[in-house]
Design a protein around this ligand. Sequence first.
Ligand code: ADP
Ligand code: MG
Length: 477
Amino acid sequence: MKYEQVIGLEVHCELKTKSKMFSSSPVSFAKTPNTMVNEIDFSMPGIMPSVNKKAVEYALRVCHALHTEIDDLICFDRKNYYYSDLPKGFQITQQQRPIGKNGYLDIIVDNQKKRIEIERLHMEEDTAKQTHFDDYTLIDYNRAGIPLIEIVTKPVLRNGKEAAIYLEKLRQIFLYTEVSDAKLEEGSMRCDINLSLRPIGSKQLGVRTEIKNLNSISNVQKAIEYEASRQEKILLSKKEVIQETRRYDEGLRKTVLMRSKGNSVDYKYYSEPNILPIRLSQKWIKSIKNHLNMMPDVREDLYIHKYHLSSIDAKKIVSSKELSDFFNETVLLSQHYQIICNWLLGDVLAYLNKHHLKLNQTLLTPSYLSTLINLIEEEVISSKQAKQVFEIMMKEGKDPRIIIEEKNMKQISNKEELTFIINQILDKNTESLIDYFHGKDRVIGYLVGQIMKETRGQANPKSTNELLIQLLEERKG
Ligand code: ADP
Ligand code: MG
């Protein structure tokens, strides 16, 4: 029997709003534990939660980016369960009316487009963070109440690779909509896998397991690959897969049982009585759409068709929002699109890697980069000089024109000026001339070297070469 994998992903994303989903305590990371909490986060008697408008706006940005239908009536529900990471004894979530539903995200797998259908996108609040030790657990309530969105796909993914591509693309959506820093290693983006197998051709869903605690996209892929083969072995030996929650153990490279959970957990959902439904204005929903940043797919398209970059280059630029924003600003100032791209992917990235910096931590601006590129293209400086200017520009944050001025670096391209200099050199090197007349072309290199020395590297190499040969030929005759 041959089986196919059926995978649905649930992704949680922490929103980087200033305050929490239902209270004014700050959204913070890496602060002293249990200092960023108030009575609302704990649900003390008598408190009233109020909905964070910014969190709704962020959720709507992602809804728009994922093309979901939007429910303009915001309703919340209580999901009741008892656990130490949930001081209230319930989580406020959107069970009955998710803010977004029926969306999609297109991914490219092996050069083919595949539409990943999104079932729902809803808002909820985060739980406290627990750190487990051998015989005790520490709890940090700073995380309790941080706004979350959860995005659930239909069971349409078919293997680990597709899941990894989907997650990377979704992560980019979070970054491009500027709602989260979306780091799986730090938990601001989290992914649960639901996976079952079924005989190829069957339309029915098999029994699934859920896998939690994935801290990187590559681990999601590995967990899926392991779990699919585990389930396949069970099915091939005519046993049954048990519906349960497992976790991925990175050390063992295996999924291991966390808890057996049937589909019978009853959270006794009911409407959150302290938050009345909120009707959103269509105007506000639309204005959020209109102010949405351009998404990666659209940028990639633009780079290929308007700026004539190769699809590989376009993808590389788009893979970082920072780089892409920088490119967008630079192409407004210089039309040498491919050269801008080359500089960004070449010297600029190399500089960032070497100094462990991000683009916005450097002194580089789109204006400096475009000026530098224009100076090269107008042959004011050679590309060799440009490298020097670049280093100084990065270190000192100076306009390249000023650097060139200060270092007296201008390239000599003027024909008369060059002719004069070359003739001087030829007059001084009569032996080389004789060698040249005897067919020893090697002397050209030597003579160019002399010219460069004389001009302190400022002679335009291309014009120098051409002119030198021309003048040598003239002297021959
Ligand atoms: P739960 O309430 O347990 O989270 P849902 O029905 O909301 O379950 O589904 C959660 C995710 O699991 C969705 O992405 C869904 O597509 C996926 N899923 C549901 N049933 C299966 C199955 N039999 N095999 C694989 N994935 C499934
Ligand atoms: Mg689930």
